[in-house]
Design a protein around this ligand. Sequence first.
Ligand code: C2E
Ligand code: CA
Ligand code: CA
Length: 291
Amino acid sequence: MRHADVAMYKAKDEGKNKVTFFSSELVEAVEKRQRLLSELRGALEAEELTVVYQPKMCLRTNMIASCEALVRWTKADGTTVSPAEFIPLAEDFGLINLLGYQVLKTVCKQARQWYDAGVLSGPIAVNLSPRQLKEPNFLQQLVDVINEAGVDPTWIELEITENAVMEDVDRALKVMHKINELGVSIAMDDFGTGYSSLSYIRDFPIRTLKIDTTFVSDLPSCSRAVAIAKTVLSLGHGLDLQVVAEGVETQEEAKMLKEMDCDFAQGYYFAKPMPEKDVTDFVREWKAAEI
Ligand code: C2E
Ligand code: CA
Ligand code: CA
């Protein structure tokens, strides 16, 4: 019966009307997930998750404008778990709000320090899970964290994916408008990989579009990738939005994006995500990258 149960959960996981056969690998996978889940619970209780920051370059001034906050989890034995693995786990098991809250708290405290020291000129971007948008007290939490840290709301930008919004457009729109009223700006993350509904993008109260890595990595050789990047840029600029290109890894990509009049770029070509202690020096010692 236990084996049948394991297979049933796997089938449910993959969507409805599926048939899945039991296998011992399935048990291992379930057990691994359970172990990881209980470790994640522990890490959240002990507030052990950390945040790294990836600098964001302004392609016009060649200066570092700001950065994106990315959560990190290093287990007691020193191994690291990728957010791509533990964020979905936190979402599935009701831990994402606590996780998001801890990240936001850390980032706001950090923002206070960096703005006092004049390190950054733009808002720090924080990723938001679709579940957080649905959480009834999310807005209150956001206000509390901002007030507690004594930061200006304009120092924070929330990154939301299209799919997060499309799950429940009316509700998401309401929350997004309220976020905006607070003075916190919103960026549409991974743009072009989800539903990309143009009728909605017109109404979303957003300030920034982020061109997904998949469209950046084939620049400039793939003429289709060039066409998509150009289109997203003209769409963004036409709507008075800032456009950020993600996952810029080579000088050729950076050069092409600059020529296309892209506003900001992020990626390993400029900088990898780094611990907060390295950011100040990185920004101060920054010599404009060759583009
Ligand atoms: P994302 O928001 O699209 O973040 C960009 C990811 O690309 C990051 O991976 C970053 O380290 C990586 N990256 C940056 N530049 C380059 C590059 O030039 N080349 C390549 N190959 N990769 C690059 P990371 O940190 O592993 O995060 C993965 C995803 O996990 C994020 O994707 C985001 O969706 C989610 N995530 C990360 N931190 C948080 C968080 O605090 N809250 C929530 N809800 N999600 C988060
Ligand atoms: Ca992001
Ligand atoms: Ca992204």
